[in-house]
Write a protein that binds this ligand. Structure first.
Ligand code: GLC
Length: 442
């Protein structure tokens, strides 16, 4: 039986700053939780380079044994919208609406037990009635409201007083609620049992019951609604450099002496990579930052890495950045079985070696076109001794146009180390918005 070793929870997709995630890894005998958090930087990283660095690190070093959890203030529809705009990996668990909704896996299956917990001593109608009596509260957009999350904007100077008064009134009406102030202006009213911290505690407990408690958990956050994450016992935590005042104030008052929590010097997802290194939770050098990556080495121990490395090369090649790659290409070609086949998403079959040859003419064709490639959900399985199947989603983006293919690569291992590419098969992913065969190469 396999156990997840690490859990990474990132604070979500706060509109102006970030997306946070949990990262988990699996444990073999003892369980080990690690959580990381990833953020989308809307201000300083329009090309999402930090996110892309995190993505390839995650897929290379953590995906196989860790859990990635996104925990966001956003509602599920708003998270899905962001996912279409940014190169975000598929999390194992998605906690949305400030910890009032939990769902699992690629198909986003709702946790119904959590729904029941959220409805305990909660009545949205009463919350609406009582909050309407406060002129200081301005209701947020309809798309930011959920059954167990009533969200407002408020002037910072009024937040404390209104929170106190509202809390008492709702208590008198028989409700058990929680009020959270975030981002210097947002005020969320939630069920008392909700919130990101409670959702994480629930998740950890569920994993424990299933015998899969991660060995390490890293939580990441940037705003007031992330505060609770840092109060969960035994978790490592990182407040990214661009954290909001309310989170930093909370840290000064409550957690300054906790060596398991750091204030990173890097922004957003860069802060997560920094924390992974600081707490020694695993490798934190992204394959994107490894310049020697394209050297022709046969010492790779992992067929998943072969694929990640290939698609990094592919991105650089088409961006015109990979200039001296003759050795890598020759090595790649030599690693393709002479009878190896590539099944294009159109259904057309080609020789693998011919496909590599054809790539030569695409060098630099995507230069200055904001072309990026990333891999998601890379899973390598040994099917028989010496035979591996690597399954993944391969995404590519040119400007705002994105495509995604479900990709399967079969490898056999060479006697003297390294792997032989036996065949590659691609089909359009359900998530792909554009399924245009004509200019898809591999
Ligand atoms: C996100 C949500 C918003 C909420 C805020 C703080 O921005 O979209 O509704 O108030 O997080 O939790």
């Amino acid at each position: 039986m396999k156990f997840r070793e690490r859990l990474t929870c990132s604070s979500p997709l706060y509109p102006h700053s970030c997306l946070s995630q949990f990262l988990k890894t699996k444990a073999s005998s003892s369980s080990y939780t690690k959580s990381y958090f990833l953020q989308v930087d809307h201000h300083y990283d329009p090309e999402n380079l930090s996110l892309l660095r995190f993505n390839s690190l995650w897929e290379d070093a953590f995906r196989h044994d860790s859990l990635l959890v996104f925990s966001t203030g956003r509602t599920l529809p708003m998270y899905k919208k962001l996912r279409k705009e940014r190169p975000m990996l598929t999390p194992d668990v998605i906690i949305t609406s400030v910890g009032t909704e939990i769902a699992y896996g690629k198909s986003i299956v709702t946790d119904d037990t959590w729904v029941d917990i959220m409805n305990h001593k909660w009545d949205r109608g009463i919350v609406e009635e009582e909050t309407s009596k406060f002129p200081e509260l301005t209701i947020q957009r309809e798309c930011d409201q959920r059954p167990n999350k009533v969200s407002f904007f408020i002037d910072k100077s009024k937040a404390q007083e209104v929170t106190k008064e509202l809390y008492q009134r709702l208590e008198k009406r028989g409700l058990e609620i929680k009020i959270i102030f975030s981002g210097g202006k947002a005020l969320d009213v939630l069920p008392k049992g909700g919130g990101k911290g409670q959702a994480l505690a629930y998740l950890l407990n569920k994993l424990k019951t299933e015998g899969k408690l991660p060995v390490n958990t890293l939580v990441c956050g940037d705003s007031g609604n992330d505060t609770e994450l840092f109060t969960i016992p035994n978790v490592y935590g990182v407040m990214v450099s661009n954290s909001q005042e309310e989170l930093l104030e909370w840290y000064e008052e409550n957690a300054k002496d906790n060596a398991k929590i750091i204030h990173a010097s890097e922004r957003c997802v860069g802060g997560i990579l920094e924390a992974i290194g600081h707490f020694k939770l695993g490798p934190n050098l992204s394959p994107r930052d490894v310049y020697g990556l394209l050297e022709c080495k046969e010492d790779n121990v992992n067929p998943g890495r072969e694929v990640i490395k290939f698609f990094l090369f592919y991105e650089r090649w088409r961006r015109g950045e990979a200039d001296n790659c003759e050795a890598y290409i020759a090595c790649l070609k030599a690693s393709c079985h002479p009878a190896g086949v590539f099944v294009h998403p159109s259904g057309a079959e080609k020789s693998l070696r011919d496909t590599i040859d054809e790539l030569e003419k695409y060098h630099g064709d995507k230069k200055d076109k904001k072309f990026r490639v990333w891999t998601d959900q890379v899973l390598a399985t040994q099917t028989t001794p010496g035979t591996w199947m690597v399954k993944l989603d391969k995404w590519e983006q040119t400007g705002n146009e994105r495509k995604c293919c479900r990709t399967t690569v079969k490898f056999t291992s060479k006697e003297n180390g390294g792997y032989v590419w036996e065949n590659v098969q691609q089909t359009w992913s359900e998530e792909a918005e554009i399924k245009d065969d004509s200019n898809w190469i591999i």
